[in-house]
Design a protein around this ligand. Structure first.
Ligand code: CP
Length: 358
């Protein structure tokens, strides 16, 4: 009999697969682990002897450092399998002799010798095909019985959104009635995943906040995710609105989360057979990005939010483009609290899915 209903479960499409009550439980566990960390309590019994494998196909500071520190604080070990230094895990049709290894073989082998596999993949390693990285993680899940943890794919960043919900819970004590705006912010880089905004709007509507999504034309999120947000809002008797007006998104918000993401033109799209149905259009991507130059968070912009309102960003931020220094370093910014909470959120996910008994 399993000791808890989280044990062995994947954390890939977590905003869809875990219930609101399960998210609330994880936030409670994260808060408890945070308190125990502050009190210097020994938590090394929770995952003693357990091994976490990580694979980063993209760069990372926060996710990498907090998973490594977190598993160690829970008594376990972390083994980083750097793609390129191992044989790069590949899906059928993407094999390169003696450079790649089929995912099934990698996943089955790691499952025998460790307790969870955490993966980050989006963008170039997924050929900028929207959804490719998410499906890759699901291929791992098909071949491994241990939890697969999504450390950011091209659709979701659910370890980030759990830390974000934890941060909001700490600041307000509740989600009910909290007006949150996930907003686009300008960046000079046109190629970025849309995992963070998608995960944040899904998690925020799931938790029952009053959510606004603000973005310029061309930066629409995945329609399936928008639909899921509408359903969440309906279930919670809360709201989910979309605006193309930067100021309108900020006005009266208790929390603003302005962050750059890729436009609809930066991705390749395939059908279920893998056939390309639409290619990325970098000319259009540059055009819509230039038109969005004004979407920068300044002090003037922050004057629109509630007087006790907060500024959030998952980091890294493109300072001077997405946001001015005096905002991100200012009194309303909670970006470092948010980054610190990655540690506590990740520990909660690992403790609950890898077999801790709290
Ligand atoms: N926010 C976030 O995921 O940061 P890293 O890319 O540094 O991991």
């Amino acid at each position: 009999m399993k000791s808890n209903k989280f044990l062995g479960r994947d954390w890939i499409d977590a905003e869809l697969d875990y219930t609101k009550e399960e998210w609330e439980s994880l936030i409670e566990v994260a808060l408890d682990l945070k308190r125990r960390y502050a009190m210097n309590e020994d938590t090394s019994n929770i995952l003693r002897g357990k091994t976490l494998f990580t694979m980063f196909f993209n760069q990372s500071l926060r996710t990498r450092s907090t998973f490594a520190a977190g598993i160690q604080q829970l008594g376990g070990f972390h083994v980083d399998l750097e793609p390129g230094k191992t044989y790069t895990p590949a899906r059928k049709g993407f094999d390169i002799p003696y450079k790649t290894e089929r995912i099934k073989d990698v996943a089955e082998m790691l499952d025998r010798v460790g307790d969870a596999i955490a993966i980050r993949m989006y963008g170039p390693p997924a050929n900028w095909i929207y959804g490719f990285a998410n499906s890759t993680m699901k291929e791992f899940a098909d071949s491994a019985s241990c939890p697969i943890i999504n450390m950011e794919c091209d659709k979701y960043h659910p370890t980030q959104s759990l830390a974000d919900m934890l941060t909001i819970k700490e600041k307000f004590g509740t989600f009910k009635g909290i007006k949150m705006t996930m907003s686009f912010a300008y960046s000079g880089s046109i190629e970025k995943p849309r995992a963070v905004p998608q995960s944040v709007v899904l998690a925020a509507t799931k938790m029952g906040m009053e959510v606004t999504l603000a973005h310029p034309k061309g930066y629409d999120l995945d329609p399936q995710i928008i639909e899921a947000c509408r359903k969440n809002a309906e279930m919670n008797k809360s709201s989910f609105k979309i605006t193309n007006d930067f100021n309108k998104g900020f006005k009266g918000a208790h929390v603003v989360y302005p962050k750059a993401w890729g436009s609809v033109y930066c991705f390749n799209y395939t059908d279920e057979t893998g056939k390309t149905v639409k290619k990325a259009d970098h000319v259009k991507a540059e055009e819509v990005n230039t038109a969005a130059l004004g979407w920068k968070t300044t002090k003037k912009q922050m004057a629109l939010v509630d007087k006790n309102g907060y500024y959030m960003h998952c980091l890294p931020a493109d300072r001077g483009q997405e946001v001015d220094d005096d905002v991100i370093d200012g009194p309303q910014s909670i970006v470092i609290d948010e980054a610190e909470n990655r540690l506590h959120a990740h520990k909660a996910i690992m403790a609950m899915t890898m077999g801790g008994r709290l």
